[in-house]
Design a protein around this ligand. Sequence first.
Ligand SMILES: [Zn+2]
Length: 215
Amino acid sequence: MVWALTVTVDRLEHWGTTGSESGHISDPVLCVAVRYDERMPRRLFIIDAPDRFVPGTIGEPGARTFFLQARKGEAVVSVALEKAQVAILAERLSELLEAVLEQPVAGPAPDDRPLDEPLIDLFRVGPMALAWDADSGRVVIEAQPVNDGGDYVEVPDEAEEGPDLVRVRIEPAQASEFVRRAEALIEAGRPTCPFCGEVLEASGHFCALTKAHLN
Ligand SMILES: [Zn+2]
């Protein structure tokens, strides 16, 4: 399977079968991997303070594919996931912000622009992790590929063996905007009343326009 990938990240660490290579690269680095197979080294995408970290979709309502995407400069890192995972992440983020902040932060200007190109999903997300980094006052979000057990695999970054990982560290305001955008995305995919345009709830809908209860 030939697989093209173009990413630029703060720190790219990878380990191959022929030896190991790691290090911190402060300048964004362009990495092009053209082949993917069992011998593909472990990939860590660590993006500190991305310019943008958003959920997004491609495709028509009802057949949308969801992504998480981080962009920093020219670097674009995207992973695919389920709508339910976007919803859970937004909910947990919201709870986390509420727990750690004394007062809500104003998000940046709402960002409803489409996902950035190139949109190449690095992997399909399985377990995710969320943490508050009190030292930097930032939220840390991690995503690992789907695995058999479904559990988050805890391994040090230095470990040669282990799942791929995307890790972003974002400002609370960015997290708050992520939550807003995620909720809007999820809402946008729900069926609406053909008469008044309101979202149809699972329990039914009382249409203000037709004065009728629709199921
Ligand atoms: Zn209605």
